[in-house]
Design a protein around this ligand. Structure first.
Ligand code: BG6
Length: 468
């Protein structure tokens, strides 16, 4: 049976589509991951032409070549649709039906990508379900598969996430639902559990007896860019802490899964998420935030957060986990630092002043770096910290800049490891609600800085030092 695919991109005029999804789809075509017969239908409320949308995505395309770009453009069509307007929806459904027939293959698969704010997930799923644009999995192979991707954050809080999930589950089977977190598609995040649990040099030491503290930083130099309207309603806690950072924290702190795959890992992630609780933190907002388009004057939305968590499991007694994240900072990186405890000094003098430290850099260049103490060459016993580095790209070649290419590739092959299970989402929302309950102070900070100056007072208060 020959197969084709219709990809329906909802929110096609948005920032995510322009910067990440359209360029990722172009790369999929370039790397020959799309079937020979396919159609990409962009959907949005804006009155904009198909060529104009493509033009906005062009600056973000990697490995550009004219022939592939022209081919990509020939498969793309934009349909202006307001989901609140029954005629618009009717028109879209009819259009898709006609296009399906034109593809003229035995089977037409459907991939719907909801690059929309989460309040639209339930009503749009419902409407598409009622018009059978999306449909529940069936045993009829001729029908083709139907998979729906929901961009994070899934909901605004636990209650709204629950409502969305209830509605979408009426129209789709769990195996068709992809609540994606693109951080899970980053190679180095995907390897965290494997590195922890397949290396004896790590797993037996990975606990309160040997680890002093852990820090995870996800910093960005960019502002909220064109996403003020979305961002102002969410803020850093809901934009990246509830999802990317909670997933990383859980992968670093969970117990060993039965198997290093699928639901076995998700069970452990979900279990530890219930044990994570915040104890302190500060929030920040960069100067000039109000000038961003879509941001409410006097908004109290945080664009920065520094947080201290504890984990209520026997493995992590008294071990603090710190998280920092922010927009408009001095650097763009995502770095995990695991600080080990000091060993008893067996030297008569010159005891090591540094304890071992493991740095796992996710961005920009993936790296594992272990800091060790060695003796300086020479007659005297002088201890010196050195690093043992594993540079990911040196071994495996260059890592894809656009993680969404991998996200889409996994959805195309039906691999759900980049999808977050609903209970994980609920427990991560619980953590955010606990943070909100702390009523953390909000400070301002300068663009291009390390965050609010109060960050240092916070460090002193907790007898710690931020890593960079
Ligand atoms: C997204 C957030 O999920 O992650 C953005 O909505 C953020 O605000 C982005 O910029 C960061 O992703 P990456 O892959 O560039 O670290």
């Amino acid at each position: 049976m020959n197969e084709s695919i219709i990809i329906i991109l909802l929110g096609a005029t948005g920032d995510l589509s322009k910067r990440r999804l359209l360029p990722a789809l172009y790369s999929l075509l370039k790397h020959k991951h799309l079937p020979s017969s396919w159609l990409l239908c962009g959907v949005g409320r804006e009155a904009i032409t198909t060529p104009d949308i493509l033009k906005t995505a062009l600056p973000f395309v990697e490995e550009f070549d004219e022939a592939t770009w022209q081919e990509f453009c020939s498969h793309f069509v934009y349909q202006k649709t307001d989901f609140a307007n029954a005629d618009d929806v009717e028109h879209l459904a009819r259009f898709l039906e006609t296009e399906k027939k034109k593809l003229a293959t035995d089977v037409v698969n459907t991939l719907v990508y909801m690059a929309l704010p989460s309040q639209f997930f339930a009503p749009v799923t419902q409407t598409l379900g009622q018009h059978t644009v999306i449909y529940k999995k069936q045993n009829d192979q001729k029908r083709g598969w139907c998979r729906v991707v929901y961009e994070k954050p899934f909901g605004q809080d636990r209650a709204s996430a629950g409502q969305i999930n209830k509605v979408i589950s009426q129209y789709l089977d769990e195996s068709q639902i992809y609540r994606v977190d693109h951080y899970l598609a980053k190679d180095i995040i995907g390897t965290l559990a494997l590195v922890r649990f397949t290396n004896r040099v790590f797993e037996p030491l990975w606990n309160y007896e040997n680890i002093d503290w852990v820090e995870i930083a996800l910093r960005e130099t960019v502002s909220v860019e064109g996403r003020g309207l979305y961002y102002d309603a969410y803020g850093a806690l809901k934009d990246v802490v509830q999802n990317h950072l909670m997933q990383i924290l859980a992968l670093l702190s969970m117990e060993a899964p039965r198997l290093l795959s699928g639901d076995a890992v998700r069970d452990q992630v979900a279990a530890v998420l219930q044990k994570i609780y915040p104890v302190d933190g500060i929030l920040g907002q960069y100067d000039g935030y109000f000038a961003e388009k879509g941001v409410a004057q006097g908004s109290k939305t945080e664009t920065f957060a520094a947080l201290k968590f504890m984990i209520d499991t026997p493995r992590w007694q008294q071990v603090p986990f710190y998280i920092t994240t922010g927009k408009c900072m001095n650097t763009k990186d995502t770095v995990i630092t695991v600080q080990f405890k000091h060993v008893k000094c067996l030297l008569s003098s010159s005891c090591p002043s540094q304890a071992n430290k493991l740095t796992i850099r996710v961005l920009p260049k993936p790296l594992f770096s272990l800091e060790l103490n060695v003796k300086k060459p020479g007659l005297l016993i002088e201890v010196m910290p050195v690093t043992m580095d594993f540079c990911y790209e040196c071994t495996f070649g260059s890592v894809k800049g656009n993680t969404y290419e991998l996200v889409l590739q996994e959805v195309l092959i039906g691999e759900q490891s980049i999808s977050v299970r609903f209970d994980e989402i609920e427990f991560a929302w619980d953590v955010i609600e606990k943070i909100k309950a702390l009523h953390l102070p909000l400070y301002s900070y300068q663009k291009g800085s390390r965050g609010p100056k109060e960050l240092e007072e916070f460090a002193d208060k907790h007898h710690m030092r931020w890593q960079s």
